[in-house]
Ligand binder design. Structure first.
Ligand SMILES: O=C(CO)[C@@H](O)[C@H](O)[C@H](O)[C@H](O)COP(=O)(O)O
Ligand SMILES: [Zn+2]
Length: 197
């Protein structure tokens, strides 16, 4: 396979990942959107976290709520827990990297808030501890996962929602996570501010 063929192959794999996900994820995305809309309409906020590419996804989501998605509308409350390097490095240095999100949630999370927890493996220890802290604070959790859902899947409670991408490649799972985040933003805007099409 030459490099052009390889690039085309990756495009095709990404398209396939989205086609397979379209078979099972829409009702779960709708349920997650309903949780988020209920929280936002009740004056609550959405916290988000993840590592690596998923940290980028967590920030991507919060910026679309805080600033805008595809239309003019008021700002919506969201906090990415991945951005404050002083807080992240001091928690990791003084305690453990596994606590970088959970310690923030214990300070910033309130009952009725929602945690968007993103991990392609479902096994990142700091995301797992974030879910435990969110439950302790009376928050609901929306988990974006992949593979077999990892340890995160078994931690979720009945009112939580897991959106598990049925793929094994981390990159393909991340590509579907980003589409899922955009569909959630679209759902939130349409439910709160009305359809525009
Ligand atoms: O973006 C990528 C790979 O595509 C990496 O940065 C990836 O996010 C990192 O290896 C993460 O630490 C993986 O964590 P997780 O998805 O298993 O929770
Ligand atoms: Zn990546």
């Amino acid at each position: 396979m030459n490099s052009i063929e390889r690039i085309i192959h990756l495009f095709e794999e990404s398209i396939k990942a989205k086609q397979v996900s379209a078979q099972s994820l829409p009702p779960l995305i709708e349920a997650a959107g309903q949780l988020m809309v209920h929280a936002l309409l009740s004056d609550h906020k959405i916290l988000s976290c993840g590592n690596g590419g998923s940290a980028g996804d967590a920030q991507h989501f919060s910026s679309e709520l805080l600033n805008r998605f595809e239309r003019e509308r008021p700002s919506l409350p969201a906090i990415a827990l991945t951005t404050d390097t002083s807080t992240l490095t001091s928690i990791a240095n003084d305690y453990s990297y596994n606590e970088v999100f959970s310690k923030q949630i214990r300070a910033l999370g309130s009952e009725g808030d929602v945690l968007l927890a993103i991990s392609t493996s479902g096994n990142s220890a700091n995301v797992i501890q974030a879910i435990q802290a969110a439950h302790d604070r009376g928050m609901r959790v929306i988990a974006l996962t992949g593979k077999d859902g990892g340890n995160m899947a078994s931690l979720l409670q009945a009112e939580d929602v897991e959106i598990r991408v049925p793929m094994t490649s981390t990159a393909r799972i991340q590509e579907v996570h980003l589409l899922t985040i955009h569909t959630l933003c679209d759902y939130i805007d349409r439910e709160i501010f009305g359809p525009i099409d």
